[in-house]
Design a protein around this ligand. Structure first.
Ligand SMILES: CC(C)(COP(=O)(O)OP(=O)(O)OC[C@H]1O[C@@H](n2cnc3c(N)ncnc32)[C@H](O)[C@@H]1OP(=O)(O)O)[C@@H](O)C(=O)NCCC(=O)NCCS
Length: 170
């Protein structure tokens, strides 16, 4: 099911059939370093992650991390979408691409479509990054997010940067 379409990309809901791709993406060194270790080590873990993560979010909120595909070949290249975390007051945007597809503007294109779609849903979108995630911080700034403050998701958690984008000004 295609949810969003851009010039070069399709964003669609993830299904358990995407388990192999998710297994690869979630074990990329960049994903482990800048997002975290989801403990997805085999195809069954990946299927459980998809069902308990993105699919549960679609059902509960009507949005969630979407699978990003190249429009022409349907090659999966990453994930991008809105998340709703108990620790944050508003949805936050998430994105991760396989390194082969970095530096081509695909993350910007996918995230811009997610933000445009968010307009109808929420008045503002948040984003959190590790302090040293320069690629993500640069992308958020190009998307019109502004840095709001340093924060933590939990008392024991690491320091993060919190960014905000007012969707009414898109
Ligand atoms: C964060 C992440 C998705 C950013 O990917 P990206 O490819 O750098 O992001 P963009 O789509 O904005 O691409 C920008 C680059 O594409 C280039 N580009 C090429 N064609 C372009 C086009 N048509 N439009 C825009 N930029 C284009 C830009 O010049 C820029 O190049 P540079 O990175 O060499 O400066 C990627 O680094 C990633 O997956 N990281 C791991 C996961 C992660 O950290 N997620 C975020 C957690 S908070």
């Amino acid at each position: 099911m295609t949810v969003l379409k851009t010039e070069r990309l399709l964003l669609r809901q993830a299904t358990v059939d995407d388990a192999q791709f998710i297994l690869t993406l979630l074990n990329e060194p960049s994903f482990l370093r800048y997002i975290g270790d989801k403990q997805v080590r085999n195809l069954e873990d990946a299927r459980q992650y998809i069902l308990n993560g993105p699919v549960a979010s679609y059902e509960r909120y009507g949005f969630g991390l979407l699978l990003v595909e190249l429009r022409d070949s349907h090659t999966p290249i990453g994930m991008c979408g809105l998340l709703k975390r108990d620790e944050l007051p508003d949805p936050d945007i998430g994105f991760a691409l396989l390194p082969n597809f970095w530096s081509k503007g695909f993350a910007f294109e996918a995230a811009a479509a997610v933000l445009e779609d968010a307009r109808a849903r929420v008045p503002r979108v948040l984003a959190i990054t590790f302090l040293d995630n320069e690629a993500s911080i640069g992308l958020l700034q190009r998307l019109g997010f502004r840095f709001e403050k340093f924060t933590k998701l939990t008392d024991e958690g690491v320091q993060l940067r919190l960014f905000v984008r007012d969707t009414t000004q898109l």
